[in-house]
Design a protein around this ligand. Sequence first.
Ligand code: TSJ
Length: 646
Amino acid sequence: MSVEHEYGADEIQILEGLEAVRKRPGMYIGSTSSRGLHHLVYEIVDNSVDEALAGFCDTIDVSINEDNSITVIDNGRGIPVGINHKAGKSAVEVVFTILHAGGKFGGGGYKVSGGLHGVGASVVNALSLWLEVKIYVDGNIYFQRYERGHGIKDIEIIGECEKEKTGTTVTFLPDDTIFEETVFDYDILKQRLREMAFLTKNLRIILRDKRNLENAEDFKEKVKEFHYEGGIKEFVTYLNRSKTSLYPDVLYFEGSKENVYVEVAMQHNDSYMEGSYSFVNNINTPEGGTHLAGFRNALTKTFNDYARNNKLLKDSEPNLSGEDIREGLTAIVSVKIEEPQFEGQTKQKLGNSEARGAVDNIVSEQLTYYLEQNPTVAKIICEKSILSQRAREAARKARDLTRRKTALEGMSLPGKLADCSDKDPKNCEIYIVEGDSAGGSAKTARSRATQAILPLRGKILNVEKARLDKIYANAEIKAMITAFGTGIHDDFDIEKLRYNKIIIMTDADVDGAHIATLLLTFLYRFMPDLIKTGHVYLAQPPLYKLEKNKKVWYAYSDDELNSILVEVGRDNNNKIQRYKGLGEMDAEQLWETTMDPEKRILKRVVWDEELASEIDLTFTTLMGDKVEPRREFIEENAKYVRNLDI
Ligand code: TSJ
């Protein structure tokens, strides 16, 4: 066992190390917001996952305690309790009090630590009001407590346990003088722990919420257990759960090459979007990198070879593009590597060149074999890719035509757009209104100078379920694209945006929510930067109108209605009106309640990188074929929307 530096016995130097963490926590955990807070849990859990990867631990139990402290229990070998002679104290204390000791500690195996992660237990300790560790080994229970990073006394035996029982238990309370947010979010932890369980097959992770037990219906803690024997294979099944897969198998490839351990799982569904996620040492790499490049290269090459060799692609036809093959593909590429190099501005892109070759090699070889063994599946994928190739070609022609038209005729705005007169985009907003009658009221109600109205009629095309050629031919979509002015995909240019706010206005019911989601899906897939830069809003029409003694109140929720009723008194003299749709309001009411910038409520659609993959899932869930997940989604649908201005 060793530590990285010669620290000697100079306690002061060590404490200075942890003081540095308390002084600049952001340097070690990214931020002191909710994100940094949850990061503490992952730091601790990562250590147990390492123990699982080394083959000595199969269960990790994570609890949010009543006081918002966190307990992590594993059944591994237990952190070594012996004296570390270089540091002159127990190995446990080294782990918790010396910066960066964690990652260099112990030998062999893959550490999940990498990038911003993996700063180790000492950072968590430094940022906690207190931390307690218990180690079960050789029939003894060892214990040590720290306060703000300082050991209160030496490690000691505080009791006995069964000889066979081994493991580590850590409990810590984040320091509320450091973190802006100290309340843990069950759903955020659930999301990440589920992902960790998918990425480490056979590992069982349990999450418990022990808070507010007296308020819970039956005094029982909230518990969720994640255990996937199939690992990332089951991850793909989970991601495809609300879609229709094109074949029953999830393809799975695994192997090691040049010290890179590679796992890939994939399955096509009948949608037209690619959903590939890549991981390095269990950490998501949203910007991909060499591992993803190796996977894509192998996929393109192997399918083209197969399609040619089996005459599915004629000699006269061009090669399938990578995009054609990946249409509707859900894939997980996971590599474990000893010294990951992260590149790019956000350090989220894998740079190790050996990962490219390793993934390419393993996937090419095993996919070639799979296709030979499973000609039916091979044919389904090739035929789908060929259809995609043709649609892409048709779409290209349609797009070229529009581009040429635009160049010749200038931007001709859609006929049904009632544009605003102010030409400075900073001052302008556009209401996308579903239905002609609501569109009519909105046109009458609006402030002509700054508010444009684009009424959409008929069903809004679900871009998740249509190929590009059909999407480009759709009148409503064309109208939005030309009205916004930005172009789409690679052509997107935010500088050309004609309105500062894009406001989706639909009825305040389930149908309205559905239409809004269809519109958001289009924006999310075709102009994601519009959402990222915060230009997209949802209008909030009222649910109720209340009149009494010639005074009028509007309520935007049931709660609000009730509090108004408490205030004005509930009696026969008020006639409450329930709005079933925007169409029931006249222009004046629509202006007053939903469009007047002085009085209206807008919700801004926010983009959260952390939740991007979940959002991805929510969109495909809602747009998918299966009914059950869709209902669940609608019930919790306001998640990605936050209140902005009131
Ligand atoms: F780091 C930590 F304190 F945050 C922490 C470590 C927290 C938790 C909940 C668990 C762990 C942890 C560490 N679980 N299991 C281990 N294993 C070791 O530290 C260990 C044990 C034995 C040997 C060996 O070579 O015999 C090596 C190691 C790294």
